[in-house]
Design a protein around this ligand. Structure first.
Ligand code: MG
Ligand code: ZN
Length: 353
């Protein structure tokens, strides 16, 4: 061991000592105000570099104003580098599983999701994504399949689940006759004052995935607004998951403009959720990512000119911790460094299930 590395180890030991002291000072059994509603917004592949770039280019994000912040370790059960299926399953079920797993554990057997717990307890539920509803992230909240590529089987897990509001794509995977028995189905942008009066499935278009935001417009924000106002009709509360799905796809493409435009679009949904929570007072908003994508680094830029230049370490996911932001009653439970599975545990604890 070199002198330099001994020195680093010494500093690391001191840091551990301080962390332990801090934990000891925490008030045990502290009274936490509980939320009635939880909105979980997941920016797929949204690491700190992605957020930093979008913050400069947009001139400031709604995310930048949130004070309760933590860090999330994202690894899956079988790989240091998670995929979106294992990442979302950790959030939806509180269990680390293998990459590719949709709502199942290491034994490929179903685990109960936070959405299913919410349904069982009489709450309303919703799912919104800028990808197929059968894609890894949304699928892991209602589906139980051993492989993320089993789209038709994942779609069949949705019938009879009782989800009250769904917005996304993936129409080719669904049996429309079955879907229309349960849902009012609509298609397209929807007016800005989109009002929903019955269980609703809102497809952006009839493709597997929607286009990029330039072509999609403010659909994610509109769907989020419509979803929140419909779900809020249940006085017992609601659970809503909103995904900015394509931030990740920009990362895989090593396309900084794709990442930033999708992240700014996602941030508009974040702003709607925060505004709703401010007015409502009983809503906890949690914003996080399942993992970082691309190993993005920002190497130069100008705040005045709203420019950044980045470089990518890979076209895949990385193991870098991702931030979690929280606003509303219970937000303080999302501070510090945690495992991805802790997000589920803290949501369940705050709901009191
Ligand atoms: Mg995803
Ligand atoms: Zn990905």
């Amino acid at each position: 061991m070199s002198i330099k590395s001994r020195y680093i180890s010494f500093l690391a030991a001191i840091a551990v000592l301080f962390t332990n002291c801090n934990q000891g000072a925490k008030t045990i059994g502290e009274k936490v105000k509980k939320p009635l509603n939880i909105i979980l917004l997941i920016g797929d592949g949204m690491g700190l570099a992605q957020i930093s770039a979008a913050s400069v280019i947009s001139g400031g994000l709604a995310l930048d104003l949130i004070q309760a912040i933590g860090l999330v370790k994202t690894s899956s059960a079988d790989d240091y580098i998670t995929d979106s299926a294992a990442g979302a399953t950790a959030y939806s079920t509180g269990e680390k599983t293998y990459n590719g797993a949709i709502g199942v554990g290491m034994d490929s057997l179903p685990r109960t999701t936070i959405l299913e717990l919410a349904e069982k307890n009489g709450l309303s539920t919703g799912l919104i994504s800028t990808c197929s509803v059968t894609h890894a992230t949304p699928a892991s909240f209602f589906g139980h399949q051993k492989d993320r590529e089993m789209h038709t089987q994942i779609a069949s897990d949705l019938y009879g689940k009782g989800i009250d509001f769904i917005a996304g794509t993936g129409k080719p995977y669904f049996d429309m006759a079955k879907l229309q028995k349960e849902y009012q189905v609509s298609m397209g942008q929807g007016p800005h004052d989109f009002k929903v009066s019955a269980k609703h499935f809102w497809f952006f278009n009839d493709s597997i995935h929607p286009p990029k935001v330039a072509e999609r417009g403010p659909w994610l924000r509109n769907a989020t607004k419509a979803g929140m106002s419909y779900l809020a009709g249940n006085k017992k509360g609601f659970f809503l998951m909103v995904e900015g799905s394509q931030i990740d796809w920009g990362g895989h493409d090593n396309d900084l403009n794709y990442i930033v435009t999708e992240l700014i679009d996602f941030d508009k949904a974040v702003k709607e959720a925060i505004d709703f929570a401010k007015a409502d007072g009983n809503t906890l908003v949690i914003i996080t990512a399942d993992h970082e994508t691309g190993g993005l680094s920002l190497n130069s830029g100008s705040i005045a000119k709203r420019q950044v230049e980045g470089s990518f370490a890979s076209t895949h996911h990385s193991g870098i911790m991702v931030p979690v932001y929280a606003f509303g009653p219970g937000a303080e439970r999302f501070q510090g460094t945690m495992e991805n599975t802790d997000i589920f545990k803290r949501m369940r604890e705050l709901y009191g299930f």
